[in-house]
Write a protein of this length. Structure first.
Length: 135
């Protein structure tokens, strides 16, 4: 039997709105996942180092500040530098569709806007982690 899916939920930068991140963390826990919440005002370096230390399967970034085009590419690069090639980077927040496509082209997983059914997020994470574990 494999271990539970481990998810790191992060808030990067000065964005102080973490209600959505806490709601997602709660739903993921209820779905049987182990969740580590970094708290507010993290840097991309702090997030990737925590992911490495906690041996996570998923990094989920909640971002409402508009800094997504800076934050996600920086995290992707740090993940590559640290060899976290099998870790899923996903997230959600206020991100325009055109920006979501650009970020996904860089290697970011699916991004979820506010109001997304939490079951959709849970199913996505389960399916992605299952596929990565099989490879």
């Amino acid at each position: 039997m494999s271990r539970p899916i481990r998810v790191l939920i992060a808030k990067v930068g000065l964005d102080g709105h973490d209600r959505g991140a806490k709601v997602i963390a709660s739903f993921l826990r209820d779905a049987g996942m182990e969740v580590i919440y970094t708290g507010l005002r993290q840097t991309p370096e702090m997030v990737v180092n925590a992911a490495l230390q906690e041996d996570v399967d998923v990094i989920g970034v909640s971002i409402l500040s508009g800094a997504h085009n800076t934050v996600f590419p920086k995290i992707i690069q740090l993940m590559k530098d640290k060899g976290l090639n099998d870790v899923l980077l996903t997230g959600g927040g206020i991100i325009p569709d055109a920006d979501m496509k650009k970020l996904m082209d860089l290697g970011v997983g699916r991004l979820f806007p506010p109001g997304t059914d939490t079951n959709v997020v849970v199913d996505y994470i389960r399916n992605e982690v299952d596929a990565r574990r099989r490879n």
